[in-house]
Design a protein. Structure first.
Lengths: 230, 416, 574
């Protein structure tokens, strides 16, 4: 059972005693992108919350999450070292690009100069040289998304969660950005879990595709994650 | 209005005043009727007062007094069709200030105060400016039971009353102690100081310039001043600093030995009584010889509570009812004042279970029947019997009150 | 018909602006009236001595008043300290607790405290904390060995610590609810998750991601808290120092002094309070800039601060403690209101006297009636104006623009009440027999209107306009849409706004005391008058009633929609 990568073992969540989806078990190998697909409101965000340890207290979780063979189920989010990318880049509008990146850089990198150097290296490697002083609001959507990836990668995660990070972009940017992300994942050997309802994303990921199934016993309604049908 | 004519001819003011006058006249049409009011024609007054609403401005910090005024209001509503609204003020000066500012604003006929519970400096302030209605009290039917020439009722802090205010109650400064805890209380200012040395933190007095705090300061002034004749004169006519130096020396020594080391003070008589009832202090002051009996009767003070005075006596005074000159409801106010002077109302007020305030009525002027009720009260628990209290000392000239309050504030409320 | 309501809707913002700004402007100008400039004009030539004194003489008298420095100092420290502590407690609580079950529980426990009037809270705290109060009674003599109350300076301490604590207890719920209202716009949950996924501790992630978005929205509420602290009289009377008292209390003393020339000193005090508010606001701004610098350094340094268990416990525990304090204070009020004889150190009264409410009913009826009349009247007018304003914004497509309009709304809340109400009172007194229910109602409206607007604006703008379009498509006019569709759908937020209005009106002390000229007695003015008497039982009766009024209002706001629109829940589209 133990080994490198991200491992989900019988992962499920209950809301008022009702399971949102059938227990999910899978292993994502280093550098591999596994896609979880499911209908809108089928519990995808709940699954992500379970993996990163941020389940709303209204839910009860079950199952285990292992990162490189270590059980992180009882460990708080900040110690799991699982990075997340959301649909929006969520760059801090009150900080420059460099400030946003420094926020991701581990505290172990000490000294103002050393930290600035690491930030600049990362920008250069991503072909974003000289963007450090820019304000997030002055960037294009694609640039913002790439900065968000850089910030997450700088924090040196052991695994990566992607919460439909490509859906906010136009078709051209989307393809290029997908390549950038998957390329980085492969190069760093990050086990990556992609959650999406877009078949194109799944195909581009090139990894296994898992369908999130509704709980067979119950008539799982569309209200499963508490969202209104409208 | 004596001093208004001098600059009356300035043109720009005329239209403004005319407008104001019209406004005021339309606001209260009955103002004109008041001018014809004859205080001697009681039958007419009784008729005129019907339907009036009297705003009675009286200190409202004491539940039992509020309840009594409420009762009186219900009586006159029933018998005379006068509606009484008790405006509960924290300090009589508030109402005086309002009357003064109304006059300053040109409001001479539709003031917000119809009857005011008053004495001393506040009476002097209104009387000096001619802002009081009167003389009116001689014609009150119930004045027949009052001996107006007795010293306490003839002069109010040395100012001639001259029928400008109706007597309401008699008071004398007393101390309360629990005979079970403190059987032999200190009976002079210096005994109090010595006792405090042995019992630090067990005495305090309400903070001046509250009514009781001022009274306690005047008590010390009268008690500790060798030449009391200086106190009969206005402050400006004597070397006040020299007269009062013994009082400040005394307080400088007393305060560190007091409750909260004299840094915080209760804000009123009833606050101090609350501390006494809670056992925080052993002695408290009051201006009401019926205070202990009342507290025993309503269960807020221990049954062993008693009142006493200094052996050389304590200051005493009377309190009165006055009608501001700009009251629009003078007839109603006079009806209420007359009722408050009636033997029935005074007897109820004297009952410690109700209030416990000494009556201003003269026993010899009452019928045997009317007297019986007052007699019965003397035997109540906690009520001082005749002659049990020390003599009642004369109040200093009213100007001393403000002087002592200001000096006290400068010395003890300056944040040092 | 439709045209006239159209005119009314367009006129609403102007009427609202007039209601809010005119009195504030007149009041601010009125402050300087006692300096004798308008003596001749208003007083009909009466000598200057009766109406005021020149500004120079007044300033000298103010400067030389005994202990004036101490008064100003205690005003400044208690207002600043209570504002900062309350803000830090609320930020800490939100940072540590957001998204947890405990946070939800605290949110439910804290909000009712917002409805408790300041005076009642102060009275309850005094009952609780005094050396002869409930806390000492509960622990005596078995733990403390005391059979008599200790001679401890807990209340009315010269440093104003008791006053500061009281202000904190009362302001934490206010700032907390303001925070709860602002949080949804900050995308707080995802920003926190992002920070934590980058390895930051729970509180650190909140401070990094949410605080910068939240704080600008709290600027005006914080200023309102500061201004209240500086000009509070009702809380200071119960808890503040007396030798000398805080500046606002002394201002009121000068204002009500029988010697009218003292009003000029009161005017100086009112101006000093105004300046003090501005200075404190500037100081807060400076502190905010310093905090920002520190924050930037920390972000750049990337310190993860994962080990935050102890700070989190403190950040959750302190607000819980203050909430418990507030609730115990209310409980103490309830106990005292029905207590019979109760000697120290008994933990409970020897006997109970539930009859007190009934026996005081004749005296309570007047103030209770005035309180209800003012509360309902001002809330109704404020609701009308607010609905008019909001409808105008929506119809003219102005959208929901905070910004300048919000500053206007907050104006009466961020200026010290003592200052402009003082000026209003001077003007009212100068113009003749103004004081009364009407003047009090108007003064109260200044404070009721902003709160009602703030609570109704969001739900009003969030209403789905397509319902209106559907109704128009069915042939309904705009008025019909408003009356038959929009108002019924927004019934719950409308009633909540009304309840907030009732709570605000019931609690107001200074506007009622100053413009009522003592003739308009409400539960609050009676309670503050009784504060001096320390007749705990009667005071408790007033304070309890004072608390019951807003509670009933909130209860009705909660129950009425279900009662009026049965089945609404099932039929409504979430």
């Amino acid at each position: 059972m133990t080994g490198p990568g991200l491992q989900l073992d019988g992962l499920a969540a209950r809301l008022q005693g009702r399971r949102l989806f059938a227990p999910l078990s899978l292993t994502v190998l280093p550098g591999q992108v596994t896609t979880v697909m499911g209908p809108s409101g089928g519990g995808k965000s709940t699954l992500l919350a379970l993996v990163c340890g941020a389940l709303d207290p209204a839910f009860q979780g079950q199952g285990r999450v292992l990162v490189d063979g270590i059980d992180v189920t009882g460990i708080p989010t900040e110690r799991r070292r699982i990075g997340i990318l959301f649909q929006e880049p969520l760059l801090f509008p009150h900080l420059s690009v460099a400030g946003n990146l420094a926020f991701g850089l581990p505290a172990g990198v000490k000294g103002r100069r050393a930290r600035a150097a690491r930030v600049n290296d990362a920008l250069r490697a991503a072909d974003l040289d000289g963007f450090g002083a820019r304000h997030p609001a002055t960037l294009s959507g694609g640039q913002r998304a790439r900065i968000a990836v850089l910030r997450t990668l700088l924090s040196e995660p052991l695994a990566l969660l992607l919460d439909e990070p490509f859906s906010g972009l136009d078709a051209g940017t989307r393809t290029r950005f997908r390549e950038t992300v998957f390329d980085a994942v492969r190069r760093r050997g990050l086990p990556t879990l992609l959650v999406t309802h877009d078949a194109g994303d799944a195909e581009a990921a090139g990894g296994p595709v898992v369908q999130l199934l509704p709980e067979p016993a119950a008539e799982a309604g569309p209200n499963g994650n508490g969202k209104s049908p409208l | 209005m004596p001093d208004t004519t001098s600059s009356f001819d300035r043109g720009i003011r005329r239209p403004f005043q005319a407008m104001l006058a019209i406004l005021l006249l339309t606001w209260c049409g009955q103002a004109a009727a008041d001018d014809a009011l004859d205080p001697a024609d009681w039958a007419k007054i009784a008729q005129e007062g019907r339907g009036q609403v009297v705003y009675f401005n009286a200190w409202g910090g004491e539940a039992r007094i509020n309840a009594y005024i409420d009762w009186a209001g219900r009586q006159v509503a029933e018998t005379d069709d006068v509606t009484v609204k008790h405006v509960k003020i924290g300090n009589t000066a508030e109402a005086v200030s309002r009357i003064l500012s109304e006059y300053a604003g040109g409001n001479t006929t539709s003031g917000s105060v119809d009857l005011i519970w008053i004495n001393g400096e506040n009476f002097a302030a209104l009387q000096r400016r001619d802002y009081l209605y009167g003389p009116w009290t001689a014609a009150l039917p119930n004045m027949q039971f009052v001996n107006p020439t007795q010293p306490a009722l003839e002069n109010d802090f040395g100012i001639a009353v001259s029928n400008m205010e109706a007597p309401w109650g008699l008071a004398q400064l007393v101390f309360l102690h629990d005979t079970a805890i403190l059987p032999a209380p200190p009976r002079s200012a210096y005994e109090l100081l010595n006792w405090s040395v042995a019992n630090p933190g067990r005495f305090t007095y309400p903070q001046p310039p509250s009514f009781m705090g001022s009274a306690f300061l005047r008590q010390l002034l009268v008690d500790l001043t060798a030449d009391r004749s200086a106190l009969r004169k206005p402050v400006s006519e004597v070397d006040a600093a020299a007269v009062t130096v013994t009082v400040w020396n005394y307080l400088d020594r007393l305060h560190p030995l007091m409750w909260r080391s004299g840094v915080a003070f209760p804000q009123s008589t009833s606050a101090a009584r609350g501390l006494f009832a809670d056992g925080e202090i052993d002695i408290t002051v009051s201006f009401d010889p019926g205070e202990a009996a009342n507290g025993i009767a309503n269960g807020t003070l221990p049954k062993t509570t008693a009142v006493y005075t200094f052996s050389e006596g304590t200051i005493g005074n009377a309190s009165f009812l006055a009608i501001p000159g700009n009251s629009p409801n003078k007839a109603g106010a006079m009806i209420l004042a007359n009722f408050l002077l009636s033997p029935a109302a005074q007897a109820r007020k004297a009952d410690p279970a109700i209030w416990g305030n000494h009556t201003v009525l003269s026993m010899p002027l009452l019928s045997a029947d009317q007297r019986k009720h007052f007699k019965a009260l003397e035997s109540m628990k906690g009520m001082p019997g005749p002659g049990q209290l020390g003599p009642s000392l004369l109040e200093p000239h009213p100007t001393w009150t403000a002087y002592m309050d200001e000096q006290w504030e400068a010395r003890y409320a300056n944040g040092d | 018909m439709s045209r006239s309501q159209g005119v009314a809707v367009r006129a609403a913002p102007f009427a609202t602006a007039a209601v809010l700004t005119l009195p504030v402007a007149v009041g601010t100008i009125g402050i300087v009236l006692p300096f004798g400039w308008l003596d001749g004009l208003i007083a009909g030539g009466r000598g200057g001595g009766d109406w005021g004194m020149p500004a120079g003489a007044a300033w000298a008298a103010f400067r030389d008043a005994p202990g004036i420095g101490a008064s100003l100092q205690v005003s400044l420290t208690s207002a600043l300290a209570s504002t900062l502590i309350a803000l830090l407690l609320v930020l800490g609580l939100t940072a540590a607790g957001q998204g947890t079950r405990l946070f939800g529980l605290l949110a439910q426990a804290i909000s009712p405290l917002l409805a408790v009037p300041h005076a009642a809270m102060a009275a309850g705290l005094a009952f609780l904390l005094a050396p002869s109060g409930w806390l000492f009674r509960l622990f005596s003599p078995w733990a403390t060995g005391l059979t008599r109350p200790p001679d401890l300076l807990i209340l009315h301490d010269p440093g104003g610590l008791a006053l500061t604590a009281g202000l904190v207890v009362k302001e934490v719920p206010f700032l907390f609810l303001m925070t709860l209202a602002a949080l949804p716009q900050t995308d707080a949950a995802r920003r926190c998750l992002l920070g934590r996924s980058l390895g930051y501790g729970r509180m650190a992630a909140w401070c990094a991601g949410v605080a910068p978005a939240l704080l600008p929205q709290l600027r005006l509420p914080v200023l309102a808290v500061l201004a209240y602290g500086l000009s509070t009289v009702d809380m200071a009377v119960f808890l503040g120092p007396t030798t000398p008292p805080p500046l606002a209390v002394r201002c009121l003393h000068w204002l009500t002094d029988p010697d009218l020339s003292q009003r000029a000193i009161a005017a100086i005090a009112a101006l000093v309070l105004l300046a003090a508010t501005a200075a404190c606001a500037a100081l807060l701004w400076l502190l905010a800039r310093l905090a920002q610098l520190g924050w930037r350094w920390w972000i750049w340094r990337g310190l993860r601060l994962q080990a935050d268990a102890a700070p989190r416990a403190v950040a959750l525990g302190l607000p819980a403690l203050f909430t418990a304090l507030g609730m115990s204070a209310i409980l103490a009020l309830l106990v005292w209101s029905v207590a019979g004889p109760w000697r120290f150190p008994d933990a409970l009264p020897q006997a109970w006297q539930a009859s007190r409410f009934a026996s005081h009913l004749p005296q309570l009826a007047g103030p209770l009636g005035n309180t209800l009349l003012l509360a309902l009247g001002t809330s109704a007018i404020a609701l009308l104006l607010t609905v008019g304003c909001l409808e105008n914004e929506v119809r003219r497509g102005l959208g929901h623009r905070p910004g300048r309009a919000l500053w206007l709304l907050y104006l009466p809340l961020i200026l010290p009440q003592m200052s402009f109400l003082f000026g209003l009172q001077v003007v009212a007194a100068a113009l003749g027999p103004g004081p009364g229910l009407f003047a009090v109602g108007w003064a109260q409206l200044l404070f009721v209107l902003p709160y009602i607007y703030l609570s109704l604006a969001d739900p009003w703008h969030a209403w789905d306009r397509r319902y209106g379009l559907v109704a128009v498509g069915l042939g309904a006019g705009r008025l019909r849409v408003l009356l038959r569709v929009k108002l019924p759908m927004l019934l719950a937020p409308l009633l909540t706004a009304a309840a907030i209005g009732v709570a605000v009106s019931t609690a107001l002390y200074l506007p009622t005391a100053l413009l009522g000229a003592g003739r308009v007695a409400t539960l609050t003015t009676e309670a503050v008058t009784l504060a001096a008497s320390q007749d705990r039982r009667l005071l408790a009766v007033y304070a309890v009633l004072q608390t019951v009024v807003p509670f009933l209002a909130f209860l009705l706001a909660r129950l009425l929609p279900a009662a009026l629109q049965p089945g609404r829940r099932a039929a409504a589209p979430a």
